[in-house]
Write a protein that binds this ligand. Sequence first.
Ligand code: SF4
Ligand code: SF4
Length: 163
Amino acid sequence: MTMDAARLSRAYAALGALTPMTGDCGALCGAACCRPDEDGQGGVHLFPGERALLEDRDWCRVLPSAFAPVMLCDGACERDRRPLGCRIFPLTPVRGRDGRWTVRMDARARAMCPLVRSGVKGLDPAFVRAVRDALRIVAEDPEGDAFLDAWAALEAEYRKPLW
Ligand code: SF4
Ligand code: SF4
């Protein structure tokens, strides 16, 4: 079983064309989050069900990883096919005290994203709401909910001091 395409479509639709800022934030940083690493690597973990949506695309490849399949691209994509991990960046899911999913800045964005400095409050509020809604749609599925727990645990590793 994997999360069905209809649920992913609903999550994508919740986000629509919203981006972190009302303008093109890529102009601030040269689209840093879409640039491959120096070694041509760097990728985005795929949510359950997304692998099948990307298998036949010529602008990306999908590799296995211990956590979840990873998509690697060369910095250009069909926007309506980009994975959820790209759509929600620089936010990441975190479970609130009430058990519901909400968002915070992704620790992995610190290295590249100028929006981190102003925090969640500096982003377009409509985008923040939409990311929260999209994550809650994913979480309606038990597999999606478990995946968000695993995603949040992985992201939390990047918050730990190195020594
Ligand atoms: S790194 Fe941050 S500011 Fe730059 S394109 Fe990505 S989300 Fe926007
Ligand atoms: S799939 Fe698109 S949005 Fe995601 S990193 Fe690649 S170019 Fe950027």
